[in-house]
Design a protein. Structure first.
Length: 147
């Protein structure tokens, strides 16, 4: 069945093949969701079923390893400074999630990249306030107050 000029049925079929919802396809192609639904029925495809991914998987999907051992955040940045994961309508601090993955507990205070590279969210590189306090105490014990 032909559609509006410029939007071939094949484009709808291709996006249906990628597993997208009718509404999503309609937004992408600027067509009626009813047209997409009709095409789905004509192809005898099942209704779209929304799958829920765990927040940890969403976090992993937005990270990129670097060649020098860091894990760069490739997701959203709040105010250009804070890496944030938007997952199912909720925002999570990417560093706090990384901390929880590495340590199995919620962090206390601000979580920062202990390696010094701001975009890094590698779980082994993030530190919460008690960890930074302990490192500062150790540094002072070794080098004294003058350092």
């Amino acid at each position: 069945m032909p559609g509006p000029k410029g939007v071939p049925r094949a484009a709808i079929v291709a996006l249906l093949g990628e597993g997208l919802s009718d509404k999503r396809i309609a937004r992408i192609l600027h067509v009626s969701p009813m047209r997409v639904s009709r095409t789905r029925r004509e192809l005898d495809l099942p209704r779209f079923e929304r799958t829920v991914t765990a927040v940890e998987q969403s976090w992993t999907d937005r990270t990129r390893p670097t060649d020098v051992g860091h894990l760069a955040w490739a997701g959203f940045w709040r105010e250009g400074v804070h890496p944030v994961l938007k997952h199912q309508g909720t925002e999570y601090s990417a560093r706090r999630l990384a901390f929880r993955l590495a340590n199995g507990r919620e962090p206390e205070g601000h979580v920062m990249a202990g390696c010094g590279w701001t975009p890094c969210v590698r779980p082994e590189h993030v530190e919460d306030q008690p960890m930074r306090d302990a490192l500062r105490s150790q540094f002072t014990a070794i080098f004294g107050d003058a350092a």
